[in-house]
Design a protein around this ligand. Structure first.
Ligand code: 5GP
Length: 213
């Protein structure tokens, strides 16, 4: 029997608000035990049902800034007026335990990680395990309908999110994979096949063993 040991994967998924990213990512994490979310830090207030340490680490502005000054974040950005950041140590701990890590972060965060990938010798741990996916809505009209439909935000917030979405959509060219989320089932089938294909890349195999069955 041939057993392969592989390096775990760091998968980044970005999308404009309302494109369906959370639904797709939640489903991926529910289906595959091998992949887990990276829990981000944020200064935004918890929404109903969100649990500190599970949905996010909810931090005060002061604590967030202190952790930023301490260099604790792999990336951080201001999104819709709130600070968000990924703790480098927690991503590294998940990877070291053998888990693939799914980072649901915005386009600015993905840009910072790509820059880090190019930056020098201390980024070796991330270089050949990185992949990124951009999820786009089928149209701006569709996005507008979805943002109205989910009833989470008021008109001014929706307007701002649509403006921001227009900017974010121009970033798809920087990603390795792009999914236009027109039909959910098809989009999910694509996302899970990206995960499977990435997990089977030969250059991430670190050891092989052959034994009699
Ligand atoms: P929400 O507040 O609706 O959960 O997330 C708003 C946006 O922030 C989403 O686009 C999400 O991908 C992004 N986001 C969540 N965590 C992080 C993070 O750690 N870093 C960055 N750059 N963006 C994040």
């Amino acid at each position: 029997m041939i057993t392969l040991k592989r390096k775990p994967l760091l998968m980044i998924v970005s999308a404009p608000s309302g494109a369906g990213k959370t639904t797709l990512c939640d489903r991926l994490v529910a289906e595959f035990d091998c992949i887990t979310y990276s829990v981000s830090c944020t200064t935004r207030a918890p929404r109903e049902g969100e649990i500190d340490g599970v949905s996010y680490h909810f931090l005060s502005q002061e604590t967030f800034e202190a952790r930023q000054a301490n260099g604790d974040f792999l990336e951080h950005a201001v999104v819709h007026g709130n600070h968000y950041g990924t703790l480098k140590a927690s991503v590294q701990a998940s990877l070291e335990s053998g888990q693939d890590v799914l980072m649901d972060i915005d386009v600015q965060g993905a840009q910072q990680i790509r820059a880090y990938l190019e930056s020098g010798p201390d980024n070796e741990w991330i270089r050949d395990i990185y992949c990124d996916v951009f999820i786009a809505p089928p149209s701006m009209e569709d996005l507008q309908l979805r943002l109205w439909g989910r009833g989470k935000d008021d008109e001014a917030v929706i307007r701002r999110r649509l403006e921001r979405a227009r900017e974010e959509l121009t970033c798809w060219v920087d990603y390795q994979y792009v999914i236009v989320n027109d039909r959910l089932e098809e989009s999910y089938a694509t996302l899970r096949s990206i995960l499977l294909a990435e997990r089977h890349k030969a250059h991430r195999i670190v050891s092989t063993s052959i034994s009699k069955r």
